[in-house]
Design a protein around this ligand. Sequence first.
Ligand code: PMP
Length: 410
Amino acid sequence: MDDEFGRVIGRVIGRVVRLVETRRRGLARPSRRVRLDGMSREFVSDRALGVDASGIRKVFDLAAKLKDPINLSIGLPDFDVPPIGKEAAHRAIDAGHNRYTPTQGIAPLRERLRLDLSREMGRDVGGVLITSGVSGGLQLFMQSVINPGDEVVYLDPYFVMYKHLLTLCDGVARPVDSYPNFNFPIERVESAITSKTKVLILNSPGNPTGSMLSESDLRAAVALCRRHDLLLLSDEIYEPFRYAGLGGMYSPLLEYEKTVVLRGFSKSHAMTGWRVGYAFGYGPIVEQMTKLQQYTFVCAPSPFQYAALAALDESMQAYVEAYRRKRDIVLEMLGDRFEIARPEGAFYAFPKVPTGETASAFCQRAIDRNVLVIPGNVFSARDTHFRISYATTDEKLRAGCQVLRDLAGG
Ligand code: PMP
């Protein structure tokens, strides 16, 4: 009898705890079969509902409806994979490299990267994990590090994925306004740090601004991480696209051991569809990321790991030069009508709308004139700037900039 009573009490307590938890998380019961906004949400998790469809996707959907638009919205190179990479991919497929690879990636690619990166960083960087693009690395990092309620600080404007991946982990995003110059506003960043802050994310050269953090910015960020014992995530996907040359301090890993660096081949070698990136740096976290890869991505695509290895022998410097020139076209054509923080890398510029209207309204007017650019509110709490991707032909870039000039008036 006592046993039965205990079981009943146990069940009642269990129910109450679940109910309180459900209410705490703001879920109305029953959550399985609600219909809101005319959209069926049956069976969909709160996690998925917490993620908004990317604003960039919305622009892409619009683009699909336009006839031959001048598309300055795309975040990928306008050149193709270098021939050496394509040939290596074909060869790998023909040679039967079509199966799972080890979780960490193929040994020759990992060894080559470890060698190159250790030379670059001036010390052994340890094991390199090959990921499914930098997006794969970001996902593994968040899953490996973030507990519910953990806070992550990054600069606003930011790469959109950070926010959404944090939502998926029940983490808390703490974006810090970095307008107007998009450098590292140390005091603002420091005041965003609380006892729950676990990670600082840096992205330099940055998407969507094309700005680069200076050496002193990076040193300030490193000092801050030391002071507050934070993990630093350095998203260096645009690292090869640095216009001021490849010297100097540009990666916080050079100075701070508790840094995880993410890089990849999507932008540097135009392999966005081949999904090859890599993670290295702070060993205990890279180890966890490797474990989680086993149960998520399993491995990066096998033939394209071989292609990435071959592509490392190709210099992409000519493309970097081409983008530097395109950057100059943007500054030359828009500099007198728009406030633009001078892009020092990647292939983006982030001008301020000069007309007093929101960036969304301005971009809509641009779209009405067949030019696609992305409003800043996709990447930011502000809706005052817009992103131009200048990874396109000179001719289209000039035509697009002319329309933007016209829209700015004057
Ligand atoms: N980080 C940044 C800053 C990016 O701009 C992108 C791609 N737009 C990614 C990560 C993801 O790159 P990947 O294609 O390698 O997943």
